[in-house]
Design a protein around this ligand. Structure first.
Ligand code: PLP
Length: 442
């Protein structure tokens, strides 16, 4: 019964087909620290390599510990299949490289994590893949950027620092008209937003953040929604329709549904071609660490979100705060998207513009006592950072402004501590940010 549950609290513990370890009946998921798997006989080995039978071959491509995590995350996202990789960055890279080759392009939202901007603007360019940026405040900008070489759209559900919820259905509808899949990075909004339900074809996560949840493990994944027809327009999706000479001439869009009975060509190609060739698997030890976090992620998300709501109320009333940035505070169509796409909370990320610009922002961060000053989000602990001088420091002034990073902006990732303690720490730091520094007094 638990397997059919649609409730994230149950899926996080029972999703997928793991009940207990088949070898020992252990209830907790074991860490399978093995590189390889004994084949039953030569026919079995040949069938596995030819994808005539599915099973374990080598841990760079699959592992039973990772498999439990993959099935649970796929179920949480209402997807059909999931592939774990060594980091969120690897997940974004795989997502693009799974559909684009040299000479192709893709259209990405301008509202992105700084590391993703670097990957798209510089590293993928060196590989011959062109990114075209589109401002998501008008979904039509995505359509304007398409040409015959456009292979996918890419965006984040809840991009910081602007915290404007992405128009998922609006852009995925445009994409589907042209047989272009929408790939959504849902790192900042697991459980509270399900992009696949709104038309996205693929979801990627940095599992490092809210799903792992404890700031202990780096990991990433790609979830195949099973809701996109990769064969509908062969010219649009050549990597799924032309013979792959690295795999006996397989046409992935055709062969995977035939072999598996499921529309999971994206996930299978990412696993058997990209993990095989590029490497970057998630280690089973790290998969285990993320499973521990995942089991309580739905409960933590509730606490993250309810704490963030209280923090926003407090910050709006503090005299040293110039502006508070939170998804529900945006007006008009952008604010409406929060109601349309989120349920059960509006996220843990809160932005503030401290009165007094860069200096006051720095003073505020230095005065925090309980918050950690780190380049991370989604930890159980409360975190703070000044993006202009850290996470986004490699961007040009133009890119900074396009991403919504102003000089005094401070990003908060609200943890699951007691809300009174979170607010008390913010209050004393904000009070300190408005006081003249000792240097100025002397
Ligand atoms: N996507 C988003 C939205 C992120 O915030 C991050 C990291 O901060 C990443 C992807 C990259 O994830 P990782 O650090 O696991 O490589």
């Amino acid at each position: 019964m638990s397997k059919q549950s649609k409730n994230p609290e149950t899926i996080a513990l029972h999703g997928g087909d793991y009940r207990s370890d088949p070898a020992t009946t252990a209830v907790a998921v074991p860490i399978y620290r093995t590189t390889s798997y004994q084949f039953n006989n030569t026919g079995h080995a040949a069938n596995l390599f030819a994808l005539k039978e599915f099973g374990n071959i080598y841990t760079r491509i699959m592992n039973p510990t990772n498999d439990v995590l993959e099935k649970r995350v796929a179920a949480l996202e209402n997807g059909l299949a999931c592939v774990t990789v060594g980091s969120g960055q690897a997940a974004s890279t795989f997502a693009i490289v799974n559909v684009c080759q040299a000479g192709d392009n893709f259209v990405s939202s301008t509202d992105l994590y700084g590391g993703t901007v670097n990957l798209f603007t510089h590293t993928l360019k060196k590989l011959g893949i062109e990114v075209r940026y589109a401002d998501p405040s008008d979904p039509k900008n995505f359509e304007k950027a398409i040409d015959e070489k456009t292979r996918c759209f890419y965006a984040e559900t809840l991009p910081n620092p602007a915290l404007r919820v992405f128009p998922i259905k609006e852009v995925s509808d445009i994409g589907r008209k042209h047989n272009i899949p929408l790939i959504m990075d849902n790192t900042a909004a697991p459980i509270i937003c399900k992009p696949l339900d709104h038309g996205a074809a693929v979801v990627v996560h940095s599992l490092t953040k809210f799903i792992g949840g404890h700031g202990t493990v780096i990991g990433g994944c790609l979830v195949d929604g099973g809701n996109f027809d990769w064969t509908a327009d062969p010219k649009r999706q050549p990597l799924f329709n032309e013979p792959d000479m690295s795999y006996g001439g397989a046409k992935w869009g055709e062969v995977v549904p035939q072999l598996t009975g499921a529309n999971v060509s994206f996930a299978v190609r990412a696993r058997v071609c990209l993990l095989r060739d590029l490497g970057a698997p998630l280690s089973p030890d790290n998969a285990w660490g993320i499973i521990q976090g995942l089991e309580t992620a739905p409960l933590r998300m509730q606490q993250h979100c309810s704490n963030a709501t209280k923090v926003v109320d407090f910050l709006q009333k503090h005299k040293n705060v110039e502006r508070v940035i939170y998804p529900t505070l945006h007006k008009g169509a952008i604010g409406d998207r929060t109601k349309k796409y989120f349920s059960g909370g509006n996220g843990a990320l809160v932005g503030i513009e401290v009165k007094g610009g860069v200096e006051a922002g720095k003073k505020f961060i230095e005065a925090l006592k309980m918050f950690y000053h780190v380049a991370n989000i989604g930890d159980a602990r409360s975190l703070a950072i000044h993006p202009a001088t850290t996470t986004h420091s490699q961007l040009t002034q133009e890119e900074l402004l396009a991403a919504g990073v102003t000089p005094g902006y401070v990003r908060l990732s609200i943890g699951i501590e007691h809300p009174d303690d979170i607010i008390a720490d913010l209050k004393q730091a904000l009070d300190a940010s408005g006081k003249p520094s000792l240097k100025a007094v002397s």
